[in-house]
Design a protein around this ligand. Structure first.
Ligand SMILES: [Zn+2]
Length: 197
C-alpha cells in the first residue's frame, strides 16, 4: 500500500517505484440523466491511498473551476462515498461563507433537527436550473477525513445545506428530488434576474 500523501513537490526522487504524482486535473462533470448519479456510492476503505489523494485534489480543482461550493465523487463519474465541501463566495454563490476545502469520506447523517428551511440550490450536474429546496437547518453527522480519523460533527445553516446536498449525491439523489413543488424551480437566467438582481 502506498502511503505517500504528498501532492506537490513531484520533482524529487524521480526513480522511486511509486507512480508519479500528476498535477491536479479539471475533470468532466457528469450531467443529470447519467445513471451514475442514481447509484448508491461505495464505502471507501483505502482513504490514504495516492489514488484517493489525487481524487481529492481533482475534485477541489473541478469544483473551483466550475464555481461550485461542493462536489461529490459520483459527479465526476466515480461512485465512491466521498465529497468535498469548499464554500467560498463566488459568482454563483456570492453570499457563501469562507471555509477550507474539506474532503468528507463515508458520511452518515445521524440526526436532523432545527427548522426545515427552503433556500436556493443549484448543482454542477443540473446546469441552468435553480430550486428552492427544503432542508433541516441543523444536522449531526459522522464521517472520516483523509487521515482516516472518524469525526462526529454538527453543521448548521449553509454548510449543513451543502453537506446534505452532497450527501444526497452518494445515495443517488439530486436536489430536484427534494424540491416539493415544481413552481420552486427557476431557470438560472431568471434566478439571477429575480433573486440575485
Ligand atoms: Zn450537486
Amino acid at each position: 500500500m502506498n502511503k505517500s500523501t504528498k501532492i506537490q513537490n513531484n520533482d524529487q526522487e524521480p526513480n522511486r517505484q511509486e507512480p508519479e504524482i500528476r498535477q491536479p486535473e479539471i475533470r468532466q462533470i457528469v450531467q443529470l440523466g447519467n445513471p451514475i448519479l442514481r447509484e448508491q456510492a461505495q464505502v471507501i476503505s483505502d482513504l490514504s491511498s495516492q489514488t484517493m489523494q489525487q481524487l481529492i485534489v481533482d475534485l477541489i480543482t473541478t469544483a473551483k473551476d466550475a464555481g461550485g461550493v461542493g462536489i461529490a465523487a459520483p459527479q465526476i463519474g466515480v461512485s465512491l462515498q466521498l465529497f468535498i465541501m469548499a464554500s467560498s463566495p463566488n459568482s454563483r454563490y456570492p453570499n457563501a461563507p469562507e471555509m477550507e476545502p474539506t474532503a468528507i469520506f463515508n458520511p452518515v447523517i445521524i440526526e436532523s433537527c432545527g427548522e426545515v428551511l427552503k433556500d436556493w440550490e443549484g448543482c454542477l450536474s443540473v446546469p441552468g436550473i435553480r430550486g428552492l429546496v427544503p432542508r433541516p437547518s441543523q444536522i449531526t453527522t459522522e464521517f472520516q477525513t483523509a487521515d482516516g480519523k472518524k469525526h462526529r460533527k454538527q453543521f448548521e445553516g449553509f454548510i449543513a445545506r451543502i453537506f446534505q446536498h452532497e450527501f444526497d449525491h452518494l445515495i443517488g439523489l439530486t436536489f430536484l428530488d427534494r424540491v416539493t413543488d415544481n413552481k420552486d424551480l427557476m431557470s438560472e437566467q431568471e434566478f439571477y434576474r429575480q433573486v440575485m438582481g
